[in-house]
Design a protein around this ligand. Structure first.
Ligand code: ZN
Length: 255
């Protein structure tokens, strides 16, 4: 007998699952607005058509489902056999017929949702390993998926913007990205400040908070995250050493 509702009882986790499923529904909506012919067009990711993005998001759901299965069974099942296998899979997926591509997205999303639904409370703390080699509790798979579906919905480039992404997701993204910079030391001399209204990340500061004379990137939360994720610099300004305003530098690499 399988459950019809999530077995997870932790309220925080339930909220995260909701955010992931909302993001999946949002991606589905943007995908369904596209005609089959429009799938051939480019995206906000260099070198990737919409076909690549849809294939990647579909295979990503399968890969994350493998981690949830690992947490359920204890049998180690990695996301991907190798980085090369991951890329080959995306390139293959991009050649599928439009109907097959759409089915890949739909079926993989449902499969992942069911794996989450049926994972018992106790198993959410089980360790699994991400494609980047990080060991994380199974609960982290929810966030891994959440950021994929929201950002790639924007990457589809048919009308979604970072303004469509819920503020809690944007804030966590910015923490992730700036945390990765800090780990690598690539944020030296770079200060990131979020402006705006309360509840939308206003007043948040990230990056090199100890620099004496940093380059300061400022903008509303969606614009700052868009810049930090390497998706453009409209809506942010840069100020810093020698000049009150200057050209906005490219953000350090994230992934
Ligand atoms: Zn991705």
């Amino acid at each position: 007998m399988v459950a019809r509702h999530d077995l997870a009882t932790d309220p925080g986790l339930q909220e995260e699952l909701l955010q992931a499923r909302r993001g999946t529904a949002f991606f589905a909506r943007k995908l369904n607005e596209l005609t089959d012919a429009e799938l051939d067009a480019g995206t906000r990711l260099p070198g990737w058509t919409r076909r690549h993005v849809v294939a990647h998001v579909g295979y990503n759901a399968r890969a994350i489902a493998r981690l949830v299965e690992w947490a359920a069974t204890g049998v180690e099942t990695p996301m991907y056999a190798s980085p090369e296998a991951r890329n080959q899979e995306i390139n293959f997926g991009a050649t599928l017929s439009p109907i097959a591509l759409r089915n890949l997205f739909d079926h993989s999303a449902v499969h992942l949702s069911v794996e989450w639904r049926d994972l018992p409370d106790a198993n959410w703390a089980n360790d699994v390993r991400t494609a980047q080699g990080r060991t994380v509790p199974a609960s982290e798979t929810v966030w891994m998926r959440t950021r994929e579906v929201w950002i790639h919905a924007v990457d589809l480039d048919n009308g979604a913007t970072f303004n469509d992404i819920p503020a809690p997701v944007l804030e966590r993204l910015l923490k992730d990205i700036t945390g990765a910079w800090k780990t690598r030391g690539t944020d030296a001399g770079l200060l990131v400040k979020v402006m705006g209204t309360a509840g939308n990340g206003a007043g948040l500061t990230f990056g090199d908070t100890t620099a004496a004379d940093p380059t300061i990137i400022t903008g509303a939360l969606p614009a700052v995250v868009e810049w930090a994720a390497g998706r453009g610099n409209s809506g942010v300004t840069a100020a810093g050493p020698g000049a009150p305003t200057q050209e906005v530098p490219a953000a350090p690499a994230w992934i």
